[in-house]
Design a protein around this ligand. Sequence first.
Ligand SMILES: [Zn+2]
Length: 474
Amino acid sequence: MRIILRNASWVCTCDEARPWITRGHVSVKDGVIEAVQDSPIELPADDTIDLDGCLLTPGLVNTHHHFFQTLTRAIPRAHRAASEDWLVNLYPLWSMMTPQDIAAATRNTVAELLLSGTTTSADHAFNLGARGDERIRAQVEAAQSLGIRLHLARACLPTVGGRVETRLSAIMGNRLQAMIDSDTHLLEQCRADVEAFHDPRPESMLRLALGPSNVTYTRPALMREFADLAEELGCGLHAHLHPRAAERALSLRETGLAPVEFLEHSGWMRPGTWFAHCTELDENDIARFADSGVGVAHCPRTILRLGYRMTPLHQMRRAGVRVAFGVDGGASNDAGAFLSDVRLGMLLHRAGSPDDMDTERDWLSPMDTMRMATREAALLLGRPELGAITPGLRADLAAFDLRGLDCAGALDDPLGGFFFAGSNPRAQLTMVEGRIVVRDGRLLTGDERGIAAATNEHSRKLLERARAAYPGLA
Ligand SMILES: [Zn+2]
């Protein structure tokens, strides 16, 4: 099966040998990029797509999400809730979710990702509890039916802890305990899921990673057990980490070590590990991240939504830490079109720059931004076969139509225009493993309106159940 993408006005390859082609042509054969050139490809093809007016790029790679939260977007009680109140308002809703709810949320989330040119996505699935296997299966089936490449962090909730747990216990009682993975069989469940779903091959459409929702200082042995299991099974490790003042104090109290020292001690500081947020890493932490090859999923919109401190992006990049972008969950982003987050990410880190900053060196350029959203993210997830338009790599591609009003007057530098001026997050074409999943801006693997309607129905019923169970949430 050969598909030829002809006549793309611009191709941003993210291949260092030839990062940019004007008037480019790409052929794809059996899921692999076959040829990339600036002259027409004269080969027989099963399908040919003309991309005049379009920017062709590697498919975008999202490094952090929580698909299940898409049923709980823009919840009024969380509109102005910062971190702790946000959790207290949302956990009761999440506790009522069924595997069918998770499948519906996954379909909606994946459709949004594919429609914004995202071909690979991580998901940090920590809302599993006692029905973990059933939920994982529902999520995997829903994602695969739409055709995205998935990196599923088979996560868990070993503890909630602190004031959040005290407040949630008062509201939720036994339902909170049902969400917490205190089960002694947790590691066996993780092993069984990895053995059932993890595919290590280069063409893999599904890989698993392991880890808790947050770094778990109160059950420190568990962190070592996750690291050992991930190493044995050849999977990555993923968790949230800021570490904020309270987290630093907790780590010292429970383990006698600073958070990143504790992670080193537990076998987590190694390639294949990536953490979400890292908004409060200090200079010493950043150096350890760089030395150990640990990656960071930077979620710019969550910083704004939940009022986090700004990720020290300049310091991380200067030190050589691998940083990529993430959407984060539907309840802390609310929007789901990854391209919008990437555009925001190019600008957000500039806020509050010191007067003497060398902006030419430290502010992300459009090319830096594209690389972070594609090649760097693929490498962070341990996928060197993804993230660039290079012959021999897997055929994950996206094309964006730059002929709209938003980019008009901004095409002297088309990549700059795409990021600075572009406001349309919809891809013209999305291809995953050589399969066209979005064409002419329309999803081919699912009915967009039907998916949205089903999501609304699941969300409405979930909120109804939650309001009946927790009258105080009405
Ligand atoms: Zn998150």
